[in-house]
Each structure stands twice: as C-alpha cells, then as structure tokens.
Design a protein around this ligand. Sequence first.
Ligand code: ZN
Length: 232
Amino acid sequence: MNTKTLKSNGTLNTRLNGFSIDDIGDDHLSTGLETPMKKHAFAMSDTEKKERISLLFEEIMDVMGLDLTDDSLKGTPQRVAKMYIDEIFSGLDPKNKPKIALFDNKYNYNQMLVEKNITFYSNCEHHFVPIIGKAHVAYISSGKVIGLSKLNRIVQYYAKRPQVQERLTNQIANELKTVLNTEDVAVVIDAKHLCVSSRGVKDDTSSTVTAYYGGKFNANSKIVELQNYINS
Ligand SMILES: [Zn+2]
C-alpha cells in the first residue's frame, strides 16, 4: 500500500509497505502488472502536458543554479518535455499502442517462433535513468500468426514507460497472450540498469535477466530449446 503523509516540517514522506524511501534505497519494488496511473491521466492534451513539463523542468534547472539564458541551455526544458511525451514515455498513452493485425497460419507452422535480440531503451521508474536491454519473445501459434515487426513494436511500446524490468516482462507477455489468443508465449529480457551502473553501487558488469514462460513454454524441453535459439 502506497501512502503519502505530510510531515510536520512540510516535507512529503512517501511510504511503501511501511518502508520509507530511505529504507528502500536502491531496491526496486514493483507494485503490480499495470503501470500505476492516476485517474484521468489523459484529460490533459499532449500540448498542455509538454507546456507544463517544460515549465517544471525549467524550475528544476533553475533550482540547481543553471543559467537558463545561456544559448546551450535555454531550449533544454522544451526539448525534455517533447522527448518525454513524444518519445521515451509515449508508451504511457494507450493511443500509441501498436495496432496488431493477425494472419492465418497458412504454412501450418506449429513450432515455436522466436524473435530474438530486440534492442530496447526504457527508463527505471525509481530513478528516471535508462534501462538498456535486449528482449527475446517467442510464441507457438494457436492458428493465427502476427507480423514479425509487431513483436518488436509491442516490446517498444511497453519499454517507453517508466518501468521496472519485472513488470515490463509481464506486460509484454500479457499483451502477446491477448493478441495471439494463446497461453503459449515466452519473454526473456536481459538488461542493464544505469541506476546500478552509473551511480549507486556503480556495478558496470552486472545485468538483470527476467523471464516469463506461459503454457507449453513451461515444459523443460521448450525452455532448453528457447535458450538454445537465444544463445546461438
Ligand atoms: Zn533505478
């Protein structure tokens, strides 16, 4: 449960499961499958959102003491606002969800199809710094097939949100299951978190692997087969 209390000295103290932000530190907690969004998240137009973010980001820069009249800096608030809404967080808005067309499985191909090494860029929702990774997605057709580029687009859509890797993995898997009308999907993600490598513990060599195996992919032989394709 997420609760916000205003301390007597006026600072906002956010607590999660009884732990404060300082208690949690750099540990990444995820609260559920759905990206936590407030009600009426899309009442404001994209143009209004960009105007507000621009003003707020300008204030952050100003508080840090940066000179916003400098030629190099003065356009930054608008650039950041545009980048947030149109690019790196565009996956928050359902209107940007890829439209998926399915085709009949005319070739009667009934083995797994693996789309591997899909490069994605996301951002950690706890620090707002990049997560850079590769996603491998697989499915076994239930009679319909999907355009290969759409597998990539589904990954990119969910990556373009403030994320935690576990949720990203499950959101991609869930979308594949819904679109393809089958439980037989798998998602493996191997990613580097810049909040771990560029700051905090500054570990530049570790990466994080998460996986979702649904339906037929729960069989050991299928997992081995999938891993062989990914590693080949
Ligand atoms: Zn982080």
